[in-house]
Design a protein around this ligand. Sequence first.
Ligand code: ASP
Ligand code: MG
Length: 377
Amino acid sequence: MSLYVLKFGGSSIATLQRISNVANIITDLKKRGNNIIVVTSAMQGITDKLLNYTKQFVVNSYENSYYRECDAVVSCGESIAAGILSLALQSEGIMAKSFNSWQIPIEASTNYSNATITNVNTKLLFDAISDNIIPVITGFQGLTKNNDIVTLGRGGSDATACALAYYTNADECYIYTDVSGVFTADPRVVTNAKLLKYVSYDEMIELAKYGAKVLQYKSVLLAKHYNVKVRVLSSFLNDDCSSLVTIKTNYINNKNIAGIAHSNDYVLLRTKININNIISKYETININNFNYLVKKSIVNNIANLLQENTYTMDNDIGTITIVGSNLNSIIDELTQLLINNNISIKYININKLSITYIVHVLHTEAALNILHKHIYN
Ligand code: ASP
Ligand code: MG
């Protein structure tokens, strides 16, 4: 018998109708003789709503006492979803039982709002499975050694799913979302983006780091570390399509490029001094020791840590990141293409597996489409 961890994202369970659809997917896999563990995120929009509530009462947003309560609040969306999904399964005649992370427990580090899973006790999971009950686990939450609830960073239920797949030695971890897998670019922005049947861990890490929203960055690091096979697929379309994130890669072009990520969520922070040790606990991208990409959502926290006149912030930027191998051979061609199309490039950064173009925010989507067409058509 195979064991699968199935994770459902917020859009897959956005309404009661969608929850019922998800219950059908789970029932179907169960009836085909598989053992199943379900991980759920919160219904779409709930986490943002809860986060907004906490922002009404900020005294000092740099204190742990603030973040502790934030996590206590924002982790609740998953608890509601796990209970409702279990009820939906029961209504299909399937035995199911919800568990919060503290009940399992899923142990995690103490950094509020961005914690990392450190251990999972699998006893209750296997007890449920052997009683023919599907355990439905809250994603995104962890329990610290002081018995506090912490959350695993936005999109963190992906990390819960990967960790559970590792600790239970599951055959695969299925991440259900609203698209059929990982695409060569965001299919909402690039209409003829192509599905990738396989993506290597390293390339997926790079895509997720630079804005591909389909998997949380930290979850792919975890999957790579523990060699968890992650399959991304749609809960909306019954199209038999999926992407497998594993050691294997496949390039569907002759330029050794896996895919292109983009983001308008960053600010470019330029500093006169090296600030690595000041900002290391925040999720930022260190371009080099004097240029950083900082998420708009945390930019005020970081600005408060820096001395006046030691930095500048450029808010009007977008990033396009081409991920693949042997990129030195193609960078001049791609840069010239953008220049010929009047894209204003502010900065170019090249790494082993990626080239990032930082452009004016109004040019992001145009630049992405120009590059995608050139590479994949
Ligand atoms: N509900 C959380 C979020 O919105 C975690 C997740 O969706 O994975 O970030
Ligand atoms: Mg997600």
